[in-house]
Design a protein. Structure first.
Length: 156
């Protein structure tokens, strides 16, 4: 139990703590706060730390794929060059692509996003795509696994 009259609670104003932007100005000073006040400041009504205050804006729904692959040893730089070539950006409906190269091992993950499903499937059935995919397959240990679908995103 805390005697709040004997030890009044004060707020810290010297700057935000990372990840707690909502509560930064209300963060209690550890030397002057009782347990019940700390619990209220950090737990809040949700029973856990407050999430950072991030403005989220719904973006347009798009269609695309995620490919997971294993790169042959020593071939990662060549894969990056082929996968980040801007030639594919000329495809109708193309929005963007991203390539993640794992810190460890030889895993890579690619995302390819189009405005809609029709544009995506037009790209998939384009003979030029088959030609480029053949070059990429020469750098991989096996067939990638693909997951196609709608993307629902938010951003700050």
């Amino acid at each position: 139990m805390c005697d709040e009259e004997a030890r009044p609670c004060r707020s810290r104003i010297d700057g935000p703590w990372p990840g707690h932007s909502r509560t930064a100005r209300r963060t209690p000073s550890p030397c002057t706060v009782c347990d019940s006040t700390i619990e209220r400041a950090y737990r809040g009504p949700l029973g856990g730390a407050y999430a950072p205050a991030v403005r989220r804006v719904k973006e347009a729904e798009v269609y695309g794929t995620v490919g997971r692959m294993k790169v042959k040893p020593g071939r990662t730089d060549e894969l990056v060059r082929l996968m980040t070539d801007s030639e594919g950006a000329n495809a109708k409906g193309f929005r963007f692509s991203s390539l993640l190269v794992a810190d460890e091992g030889n895993d890579a993950v690619v995302t390819v996003i189009f405005e809609d499903k029709d544009s995506y499937f037009e790209m998939v059935h384009d003979p030029k795509t088959d030609e480029n995919f053949g070059k990429i397959m020469a750098l991989l240990e096996g067939e990638p696994s693909w997951t196609d679908g709608e993307w629902h995103t938010t951003s700050a």
